[in-house]
Design a protein around this ligand. Structure first.
Ligand code: ADP
Length: 475
């Protein structure tokens, strides 16, 4: 393709520079895209600025209708989008299609919500005054997205932004720009006005981030990625009090109490740990199992994990694809080595994959303790550590002993405990007796250092809106 979407034009870098997109399963180059500089990013910002006001003036019903057309096109092209996604990111084709449709669901949802950005009329504090509250789009939004869900993470931002009348300059991760560009093609086909949705591809993420933050025209940054980069953006946005939505790292606890349905807990843990080969911010990072059932759970879970099939995402029956790059493999190996050196034991996996190091074998560790790195850091890979605990109080303290607060999961059939633990877990999202919680109809987001704001649900539009209070004297 070799072109990015700037100001409604498919554009090459002024410098002519491009960078390669690599299939992580094979190491082969699959495409090259423009390596844009600050000039082109500023052009995109200016175009987004020009396009935003007219877009905000389109009636909500017409904006809804454009987004609905966009949604229909994504669904109609889901098979092709899934192929692009698997090629650049590696996840199994079926999972890629699920992601494409999951992202599309946000476009559908916010197409519906576009018509429900209601204001208020508030009882007055004086007889001759009337109080109205209206919601206004914040303006130009800079969206920075990661490689692990290259389609859905962008859809989660562009859908609410466009629905309420904002425009967008999006920067996909350099590893996975093609899914974003494909959404750009469909947005154009859906008749979205030129300039409302710009896509800037670049290997210089820091330059794009600082250009977006430095521009007075950009009113908000919506970012999904690591907590470290979230901090950088927050600092850079400080001068202009830039609005921020941040979906950052997690360190999700997954707790299995001794009253749980063990078979269901095993399936839930597999889903929460191994989806996307463990490369999701809501992946179960620490699995806590009550001591009385620890051995039984470890055995059932290990047996189930040993049946997971690893392979090229395009191969029939693959359940785990490759990790995104060599650094990802290094990190998982470092967590594994550290745990082994401190007394953990492997029950499944663990050894290097002879076929290719890039395909990390799903691994289960027992005898894991809170001194190990894996207890504190997000592994972002298919390594499942089993910790043991005795009491509810103890496990809640262990689960909350982290600066992160994105997702938490637990399995129990005791109604009182279900309420207690759901209330005590310091996370923005809690899955009870399920390992899968994401939906466009629910508010996705974290507390503590996992972020700010929510994506999806009736709350998701708020991140892209300003509240304007209007006071009218009728006297
Ligand atoms: P990951 O570990 O998932 O790659 P990152 O936070 O590094 O997490 O990346 C998420 C997104 O943030 C990507 O699009 C990446 O290019 C971008 N990014 C990385 N560094 C910066 C930065 N300094 N400023 C803005 N964006 C950045």
């Amino acid at each position: 393709m070799e072109k990015a979407l700037v100001a409604g034009q498919w554009t090459r870098a002024r410098s002519g520079a491009t960078f390669d997109v690599i299939d992580p399963a094979t190491g082969q180059k699959i495409a090259a895209v423009p390596d844009l500089g600050a000039d082109e990013v500023n052009l995109a910002i200016a175009a987004a600025y020009r396009a935003q006001k007219p877009w905000a003036k389109v009636t909500a019903k017409d904006r809804a209708s454009s987004l609905r057309t966009f949604y229909d096109l994504i669904v109609a092209n889901a098979d092709d989008l899934a192929i692009i996604l698997t090629a650049e990111m590696g996840k199994p084709l079926q999972e890629a299609k699920t992601e494409v449709l999951y992202g599309a669901a946000y476009v559908e949802w916010f197409a519906e919500q576009a018509k429900r950005i209601d204001g208020d009329v508030i009882p007055s504090y004086q007889l001759d005054k009337r109080i109205f509250v209206v919601k206004r789009p914040v303006g130009v939004v800079g969206a920075i997205t990661p490689w692990n869900f290259p389609s859905a993470m962008l859809a989660r931002k562009l859908a609410p932004a466009l629905a309420v009348g904002c425009s967008l300059v999006a920067k996909p991760a350099a590893q996975t720009p093609l899914s974003a560009l494909a959404l750009g093609v469909l947005a154009e086909r859906a008749g979205l006005p030129p300039g409302v949705f710009n896509i800037v591809t670049s290997t210089d993420a820091a330059m794009v981030g600082s250009t977006l933050c430095a521009s007075e025209l950009v009113k908000k940054i919506s970012f999904t990625g690591s907590t470290n980069v979230g901090r950088i953006l927050m600092r850079q946005g400080a001068d202009q009090i830039k609005k921020l939505s941040l979906e950052l790292g997690g360190n999700a606890p997954f707790i299995v109490f001794d009253d749980a349905d063990l078979e269901a807990a095993v399936e839930g843990a597999v889903a929460a740990k191994f989806r996307n080969a463990g490369q999701t911010c809501v992946s179960a990072n620490r699995i806590y199992v009550q001591s009385g059932i620890y051995d039984t759970f470890a055995e059932k879970f290990s047996r189930r994990v040993s049946r997971l099939r690893v392979g090229n995402g395009f191969a029939e029956g693959s359940e785990l694809g490759p990790l995104i790059d060599a650094n990802a493999v290094k990190k998982v190996n470092a967590h594994l080595e550290n745990a082994l050196s401190l007394g953990a034991r492997v029950t499944v996996g663990g050894e290097p994959n002879r076929a290719s190091e890039q395909f990390f074998l799903p691994t289960v560790l027992v005898n894991v303790t809170s001194e190990m790195t894996i207890a504190r850091e997000e592994t972002f890979g298919p390594l499942a550590p089993l910790f043991s605990f005795d009491t509810e109080e103890e496990v809640i303290a262990m689960a909350n002993d982290t600066e992160f607060g994105l997702a938490g999961y637990f399995y129990s059939r005791d109604l009182g405990r279900i309420f207690r633990v759901a209330e005590e877990l310091e996370t923005g999202m809690v899955g009870i007796n399920t390992g899968q919680i994401s939906s466009e109809m629910a508010p996705f987001g974290g507390i503590k250092q996992s972020g700010l704001g929510r994506e999806g649900s009736k709350y998701g539009a708020d991140d892209y809106l300003d509240i304007k209070y209007v006071c009218l004297s009728v006297g």
